[in-house]
Design a binder for this molecule. Structure first.
Ligand SMILES: *[C@@H]1O[C@H](CO)[C@@H](O)[C@H](O)[C@H]1NC(C)=O
Ligand SMILES: *[C@@H]1O[C@H](CO)[C@@H](O)[C@H](O)[C@H]1NC(C)=O
Length: 116
């Protein structure tokens, strides 16, 4: 039990340190790229960014089912925004991805959505 707890904490720590790029779902060979969006924000002193990225964008329709979502942290030094899937995602026709940056650090993340 104690070992399991330690392992869980270790895995959680690794996730936090390298938590800026994530994948949800699985991309199949014949899936289309439905959307690629780059979100860039500059740092704010003593504050962080917390933004919601909606797919499809407002006033557009999406008829495809999402198979996978990739979020890439373009900073590549583990200080980029931590992504969260707040709604929809694989199996749905919509998704809401949240990006939460660290205090005093901006963000530059690419969100790719695949489906068919
Ligand atoms: C964000 O990252 C992309 C991909 O690495 C890069 O091409 C772009 O210049 C970056 N934007 C800013 C404002 O740093
Ligand atoms: C990580 O990279 C970004 C963009 O190049 C930069 O603004 C930030 O200060 C870097 N963070 C660290 C800890 O080096």
């Amino acid at each position: 039990m104690k070992l399991l707890l330690s392992l869980t904490i270790l895995v959680a720590a690794i996730f936090v340190v390298h938590g800026s790029s994530v994948t949800w779902g699985r991309r199949k060979n014949n899936d289309f790229l439905l959307s690629r969006q780059v979100e860039v924000r500059s740092a704010i002193k003593n504050n962080f960014w917390n933004i919601d990225v909606d797919f499809p964008r407002a006033d557009t329709e999406n008829y495809y089912k999402i198979s996978a979502i990739f979020v890439y942290d373009n900073f590549k030094n583990s200080t980029g925004a931590v992504p969260g899937l707040w709604a929809g995602g694989p199996g749905y026709r919509f998704a809401q991805v949240n990006l939460r940056s660290f205090e005093n650090v901006g963000l530059n993340s690419t969100i790719e959505i695949y489906g068919r």
